[in-house]
Design a protein around this ligand. Sequence first.
Ligand code: NAI
Ligand code: MG
Length: 333
Amino acid sequence: MAYNITLIPGDGIGPEVISAAADVIEAAGVHINWEVVEAGIKSIEKEGTPLPDYVIESIKRNRIALKGPLTTPIGGGFRSVNVILRRTFGLYANIRPVKSFDGIKSLHKDINLIIVRENTEDLYTGQERMVDENKAEGIKVITREASERICRFAFHLARDLNRKKVTLVHKANIMKLTDGLFLESGRKISKDYPDLEFEDVIVDAMSMKLVQFPQNYDVIVAPNLYGDILSDLAAGLVGGLGLAPSANIGRDAAIFEPVHGSAPDIANMNIANPVSAMLSGAMMLKHIGELDAALRIEKAISRVLKDEINRTMDLGGKLGTKEFTEKVIQEIK
Ligand code: NAI
Ligand code: MG
């Protein structure tokens, strides 16, 4: 069976790591007709917009996309295309698994957690304004509907994957109404899952606990901003952003992408670590039902990473993006 899937190469290191992901998927025996569409900085130059309509149309048609990171200007400039895509397609759940790899130097050895981040609201709705030239304000939006939906998703995922515990992260001691509503929603949904342990932790304490005792966590559910921050923190615990995949899941579409950004500091140098993109591709394969191929990719990556010589520079190795990808492909075959 062949699949039609949208592919957005992205900015910076995006094209390098996404083509590596497409190559290992092909090597694992899954044939995909990639519909390649550009978004981001390149599209501004060519089309005058970072998100041309045909990108939206392509994702609408195929319902699945593999995407590279897109640069978002800091301060002013256009709004994040990532945020717009997530909102346009109602990709309400951002799933970010974080797992220790054998042999990779890190603070801890046995981390195996999943961050489930609410993906459509909180401080990311772009409702900011200058009150006067010396005062800016932003609106934090938390709805019962989105909070219950993401908490249900997290509990459901936990049960599906035989996990034991769901930890809800918040700051409801200070943001009593917004985070209070998120916490209240989680408590309510937890009643439907008596087989799963449920706890809530305040986000600042959570940051410390995650660094000191990450093994204590299983499935973590959080509003948008805390989920964003904690997922980079957690990636740092297992070897860095080069190893962190993610899925953006909605009712009608799903977009798979590495957690990292466009890393302009290392773009076009053949040194980016393509593992996060490859693992995002594996998450995509599981989503479309190609479980065997996904597991083969994951196992091949773990085996290749065991040997320090076989790693990219961010992990202390010497291999370039292309050479590393070639090793993984050989291992798959
Ligand atoms: P970044 O994630 O691009 O880079 C942070 C650091 O990690 C850099 O030192 C980079 O070299 C390193 N790094 C990231 N991925 C790597 C990889 N695969 N292999 C080796 N090293 C890697 O974050 P930064 O620099 O804050 O953001 C750059 C741009 O990316 C910004 O415009 C930001 O808005 C955008 N961004 C886009 C995302 C997306 O499209 N989903 C997510 C995060 C940021
Ligand atoms: Mg982020």
